[in-house]
Design a protein around this ligand. Structure first.
Ligand code: ATP
Length: 358
């Protein structure tokens, strides 16, 4: 029996609701497969925990997390803690501390889901986001606080090592897909140092991947291409900030923010990787039981894949698609189903799969 040690960090808002649903689905899959099981430990780190203790991650917390095979993360963000405090208190120390430099964000219109685009069915993208440096390096400062001369700086850091490894990762991923097409997204007309470094290293790495078709797009132009010519894109590689924005657009074009999954990967597997839905804590719907759990289920499928359970990952994606096709949709997709309804439908379909295969 293969045992996968999972650290669950539901954290804030609908994060607690969707991670609970995700764990139910993972348990149903493990019960059905019989070849593996999960050893799950729940971590209470959240904004409420921060308000009580003064920190999100207690002393030794990262050391403890390091012993897990994967981290299943909900969302962080609270109306009672400034966003930059919560993000830098919980999610970024894990992503940066564990060198999860490759953030992978697939976007696709699932069966039964309506895209706001007329040719939305053409969306089948993977956005590769550099996740360890760039605009979110945390390098900057504030001086002369409160004075008319106050200054705030936010210094963007691009390193050759950081840029080369994300390009290589993106080329490998593009090579594994049927279209074998990689689009480089930068802003190297206006930003002539770091972004030009991105362009140059991309061209250097491309020499090793003659079988991958490439093109280049400025970040502003690529937003229009995503909307107007969705079929012309396959894999996109972009900086931390640019890809953060593009992947929210990609999720919305795929039908809802409640669908998009993410993997924060440490490809060398020196540290555990972290899997989370791309959406945030969504205060407006927290506690109503209507959060769409599909992003988290898709995220769980990515986690299974990473853990070497490819068969279970494929089965989960098939089940998710059967449930979206059956129009068991939460309100964000125009339906009336609750989080529990969608979760039940997914778990029941998994069990029916088992009954069918006996
Ligand atoms: P963050 O700053 O953490 O990204 P945010 O509050 O800016 O968070 P989200 O919480 O990601 O943004 O979501 C914006 C809106 O999208 C929510 O207020 C909610 O209405 C909707 N939404 C997001 N995720 C879901 C979901 N899983 N199910 C249903 N609606 C969702």
């Amino acid at each position: 029996m293969r045992v996968h040690k999972i650290a669950a960090i539901p954290a804030d808002g609908i994060g607690t609701e969707v991670i609970a649903a995700g764990l139910e689905v993972l348990a149903a899959l493990a019960a059905q497969d019989g070849g593996f099981r999960f050893d799950v430990e729940n971590f209470p780190w959240s904004s409420d925990y921060y308000l009580k203790h003064g920190y999100y991650i207690p002393e030794g917390g990262l050391e403890k997390l390091k012993t897990f095979d994967a981290i299943f993360f909900g969302a962080v963000g609270s109306q009672h803690v400034p966003d930059h405090v919560s993000l830098w208190g919980l999610r970024l120390p894990i992503a940066q501390g564990f060198d999860q430099y490759a953030n992978v964000r697939p976007a696709r219109v699932l069966p039964g889901v309506k895209s706001p685009l007329t040719d939305g069915q053409d969306i089948d993208w993977v956005i590769v986001r550099e996740n360890s440096e760039g605009e979110y390096s945390g390098n900057g400062g504030r001086v002369h606080r409160g004075l008319p001369t106050e200054v705030g700086t936010e210094t963007v850091i691009f390193t050759r090592v950081g840029v080369e490894r994300i390009h290589r990762f993106a080329f490998e991923l593009a090579r594994s897909r049927p279209a074998r097409h990689l689009t480089l997204v930068t802003k190297s007309n206006a930003q002539r140092f770091g972004m030009v470094l991105w362009d140059e290293i991309f061209a250097e790495v491309a020499v090793d991947y003659p079988d991958v078709k490439t093109d280049r797009e400025l970040v502003d132009a690529v937003t229009t291409r995503m909307v107007l010519k969705p079929k012309s894109l396959d894999v996109l590689v972009a900086t931390n900030l640019h890809a953060d924005i593009l992947s929210d657009l990609a999720a919305a074009l795929s039908g809802s923010l409640g669908i998009g999954p993410t993997a924060n990967l440490n490809p060398e597997r020196k540290f555990p990787s972290m899997f989370e839905p791309i959406h945030g804590s969504a205060f407006d719907i927290t506690g109503k039981g209507i959060a769409n759990p599909i992003a988290t289920f898709w995220t769980a499928a990515m986690m299974l894949e990473h853990l070497g359970e490819a068969k279970a990952a494929r089965q989960l994606m098939k089940v998710i698609e059967a449930v979206t096709a059956a129009k068991i949709h939460t309100p964000d997709l125009g339906g009336t189903a609750t989080t529990a309804d969608v979760t039940r439908a997914v778990c029941e379909t998994i069990r029916m799969d088992q009954a069918a295969s006996v």
